[in-house]
Design a protein around this ligand. Structure first.
Ligand SMILES: Cc1ncc(COP(=O)(O)O)c(C=O)c1O
Length: 370
C-alpha cells in the first residue's frame, strides 16, 4: 500500500509553510493594508494592458495587488474540464515548476534517485542535477516503449520518482498504457506521467486513474494545444495529499495576476483550442504523407504529438541547410535511439509547405552536384 509519507523528505512533512497575506485574510472587500503593496496604484495604470484583481476574475487594472496564491477561480473552471476535483490540481509557472517541486519534495540531495526513460524530455535530468539527485536511466526499447522488467530491476530502495513522458518528447509516440499501469502497481514511489502533448493523441488522460492510484501524478501544460507558452503555465494533477505538499513548498504567488486572468479567459475558449488541435492534426498527417514522399527522408516516425521525428541520411547537413533558409527545427541526431533524426514541429500550412519546398531544393542540389 502506497504511503506518501515514506517518499517525502522528512523535513518537508513537518515544514511550516509561509503564510502569505492572502492566506491569512481571504475576503475580497475592504481596505487592504496587509501586504505592503502600493495603495496608490501601479506604473501600468491607464495603460492598455489588462489588469488583475485579487481573484483574477475582473479586467480592471489592479496590478498593484498580489494575486490569489491558490488560483481558486482557475481550479474551479479547470476541474470539470479535466474531470478532477479542484483540490487535485496544482497550477505552476509552466509544468517545469511542478517537475522541480516534485524532485525537491521527495528527493534528499546526495542520497535519493529518480528514474527516467531516455530519449525523453530534458528537464527531468536537469532538475535532478540541480538538486544533486542521482539519475537512473533505463532507455526505451527501439520502438520507443518501456522495457518494464529493466525498469523494475533498476529501481533502487531510494528511488522516489519515475518520469514517463506520454506522448514522449522527442519521439512523439504514446507509451503503452498497460506498461505504465504495471509501473504504478509495482513501484512504491511516484509515477509522474507527463502528458504535455496529450491533446494531440487519441487516448484518455491518466487523470481518470487518479483516485485508483495514489502514487500517480499527471502533468499537462497550457503551452502546447492551448497556445499559451508565453504565459508560463502548467498543470499538475495528483492526490489531495500530494497537492497540499506542492502548495506548501511553492513560492507564495507563483502564478501572476495577469496570467491567472488570461487563463480564466482561455478556459472559456475550449472550442478554439479544439479547433486549433484539429488543424494541427490535419497538418500533421499531411506533413507526414509529404515527408514520406521525399527520397531524402529515411524514416518518419508515427506521431501522437504536435511534432514529428524524421530520420535523414545526413541530418546535420539538412539541419544546417534549413537554418541557412531561416527554418529552425530541433536537431536530435546525437540523442541515443534518435540517431539521424530532426524533430519538426507541425506548423501552419504555409510554414509546412516551405519546409517541404526547402527539403526538395536541398535534395535537388545534392543530385545536381553529384
Ligand atoms: C514533455 C514536456 N513536458 C513539459 C514541458 C514544459 O512545458 P511548460 O511550458 O509547461 O513548462 C515540455 C516543453 O516542451 C515538454 O516537452
Amino acid at each position: 500500500m502506497f504511503d506518501l509519507n515514506t517518499i517525502l523528505r522528512p523535513h518537508i512533512i513537518t515544514l511550516t509553510p509561509y503564510s502569505s497575506a492572502r492566506d491569512e485574510y481571504t475576503g475580497k472587500e475592504g481596505i487592504f493594508l496587509d501586504a505592503n503593496e502600493n495603495a496608490f496604484g501601479s506604473t501600468l495604470d491607464g495603460s492598455t494592458l489588462a489588469g488583475s484583481t485579487l481573484d483574477g476574475s475582473a479586467s480592471e487594472e489592479h496590478y498593484n495587488r498580489y494575486p490569489d496564491p491558490h488560483q481558486l477561480a482557475i481550479k474551479a473552471k479547470l476541474a470539470p474540464i479535466k474531470g478532477v476535483r479542484p483540490t487535485q490540481i496544482f497550477i505552476g509557472n509552466g509544468s517545469d515548476e511542478p517537475i522541480d517541486l516534485l524532485v525537491r519534495a521527495t528527493c534528499t540531495p546526495g542520497s535519493d534517485s529518480i528514474l527516467i526513460l531516455p530519449p525523453t524530455y530534458g528537464m527531468y535530468e536537469v532538475s535532478a542535477a540541480i538538486n544533486d539527485v542521482q539519475l537512473i536511466k533505463v532507455p526505451l526499447t527501439p520502438d520507443f516503449q518501456i522495457d518494464v522488467p529493466a525498469v523494475l530491476a533498476a529501481i533502487l530502495p531510494h528511488t522516489k520518482l519515475l518520469f514517463v513522458c506520454s506522448p514522449n518528447n522527442p519521439t512523439g509516440n504514446l507509451i503503452d498504457r498497460e506498461a505504465i499501469i504495471t509501473l504504478l502497481t509495482h513501484f512504491n514511489g511516484l509515477v509522474v506521467v507527463d502528458e504535455a502533448y496529450i491533446d494531440f493523441a487519441d487516448t484518455e488522460s491518466f487523470t481518470a486513474l487518479l483516485d485508483q492510484y495514489p502514487n500517480l501524478v499527471v502533468l499537462q501544460t497550457f503551452s502546447k494545444a492551448w497556445g499559451l507558452a508565453a504565459l508560463r503555465s502548467g498543470m499538475c494533477f495528483a492526490s489531495e495529499a500530494l497537492i497540499e505538499v506542492l502548495n506548501k513548498i511553492k513560492p507564495p504567488y507563483n502564478v501572476s495576476g495577469p496570467t491567472q486572468q488570461l487563463l480564466l479567459k482561455a478556459l472559456n475558449q475550449l472550442p478554439t483550442k479544439d479547433a486549433m488541435v484539429a488543424q494541427i492534426l490535419a497538418q500533421r498527417e499531411e506533413l507526414i504523407a509529404k515527408l514520406l514522399n521525399l527520397p531524402l527522408v529515411r524514416h518518419v516516425y508515427p506521431s501522437d504529438a504536435n511534432f514529428i521525428l524524421v530520420k535523414f541520411d545526413d541530418p546535420k547537413a539538412v539541419f544546417d541547410y534549413l537554418i541557412d533558409q531561416q527554418i529552425i527545427v530541433r536537431d536530435r541526431h546525437r540523442v541515443k535511439l534518435c540517431e539521424g533524426c530532426l524533430r519538426i514541429t507541425v506548423g501552419t500550412p504555409s510554414e509546412n509547405e516551405q519546409v517541404l519546398a526547402m527539403l526538395k531544393t536541398y535534395a535537388n542540389r545534392l543530385t545536381t552536384t553529384v
